[in-house]
Design a protein around this ligand. Sequence first.
Ligand SMILES: Cc1cc2nc3c(=O)[nH]c(=O)nc-3n(C[C@H](O)[C@H](O)[C@H](O)COP(=O)(O)OP(=O)(O)OC[C@H]3O[C@@H](n4cnc5c(N)ncnc54)[C@H](O)[C@@H]3O)c2cc1C
Length: 435
Amino acid sequence: MKVHSRKTDVVIIGGGASGLAAAITLRMRTKLDVLVIEKLDEPARKIRATGSGRCNITNTAAADYLKIVSFFTLIGLVTKSYENGLVYPYSESAADVADILIARTKQLGAELACGEEVVSVSKEQGADTDRSFAVVSKYKDADGEHEVSTEAKYVILACGGKAGPMFGTTGDGYRIARSLGHSIVTPVPVLTGIECAEWDKDRRPCAVSLAGTRSRGVVSLYKKGQHGGDTVEDADRTDKIFEEEGEIQFTKYGLSGICIFNMTRHMRFDSAGGESLSDFVITADLFPGRDIEKVLRVRRDRAFPHERTSEVLRGVLKENVAEYVLGSVYAPGKESLDKEIRSIPDREMTAIGDAVHSMTFHPVRLRGWKDAQATAGGVSLREIDEETSGSKLVDGLYITGELADKDYQCGGFNLSNAWISGLRAAEAIADHHTK
Ligand SMILES: Cc1cc2nc3c(=O)[nH]c(=O)nc-3n(C[C@H](O)[C@H](O)[C@H](O)COP(=O)(O)OP(=O)(O)OC[C@H]3O[C@@H](n4cnc5c(N)ncnc54)[C@H](O)[C@@H]3O)c2cc1C
């Protein structure tokens, strides 16, 4: 192993959203030497994957929306906001966002060290002098393995959380922050799909038949015991903790889609206290604001009584969803409800209505880090100054982006947090430096 050393003013650990925003702002505002250390071979890999390749940069409802749009305007990226509040680059290309951030970082004179992984950060005890941080990193090249020790005056920890480990975010920041005295709220994957018991192959009907189907509807989340219900069935009626209308994606494992992603942020439970995912139940209303029973009765009593139930439902639901609903209303072995509508009594109409308006799913597992778009948990917010992203425990240390215990719903809010916390860290360092 070859050992090297170098000196700089600011080390930014992680060339992702918050790290590059900080590097650019620092170089625009100061003459400080800035070194971005990125462990992957190129920076901004996750940014390229955001927004399904379109990069939902921010949202008009985000607290610092105007500041974020000004930042991108300043660096030369044209953005466009849509009626639903979502803001994208005008080209709708996430690659354009990544490319312009990398180009400006280099053009403004920040140094980028890629393929180099930071393994530790320490600060000289009681050190008040310049360059009191020692940042140790490792890389490999044709000459073998190298270890570099970098002395710096300021360190920005911008290495993200654990969501999307293929983009370099494997939770290194937690270890580094902990070694510097910070406490970590246990990280959990959020904005991810939900595996449900209804997809069990032995179950009849088995919801795997729905894989690949998308339906609009209102999804609701209930937790047993929230307001007194002791069983999931009680919870079903009493303890709603989340509701959102949107596109529900039925997959080969369970439920996905933005409304389901947002739901996962509310599926927190205390396993030490005996809670588990099976304390939750999800319902989907696939005909929100309307009354499917009324539709069925009108067909039965006034027109087309010879039509089969599945044919009537098909005007409202996709074919396989209608089949699943009818299969779930009747226990196996009993007569199918897919029969002429004139032979369906009111009681069975109500059962079909309940199944369409309250299709029920029982979560067994959240999809893991690979599928998650964000991390809940991270460096405790009690230990970070919101205005500057500065550590309240270690002078000269800044903690930005998803590494901190913050997570938001889909719609550009997670990137907003990354940009703004990076900008704040850079501004705080610039202000401190020019004092
Ligand atoms: C598939 C996907 C799509 C998404 N789409 C959106 C969207 O459209 N809108 C939105 O608002 N949010 C979206 N997000 C979330 C958003 O991308 C993140 O919240 C945001 O990128 C977090 O920024 P960050 O600066 O904290 O970290 P990141 O952007 O994750 O960057 C961290 C960087 O640190 C590097 N690193 C880690 N450890 C080390 C180490 N030890 N040494 C050196 N470097 C290290 C990593 O390689 C990485 O490049 C999406 C996430 C995913 C996974």
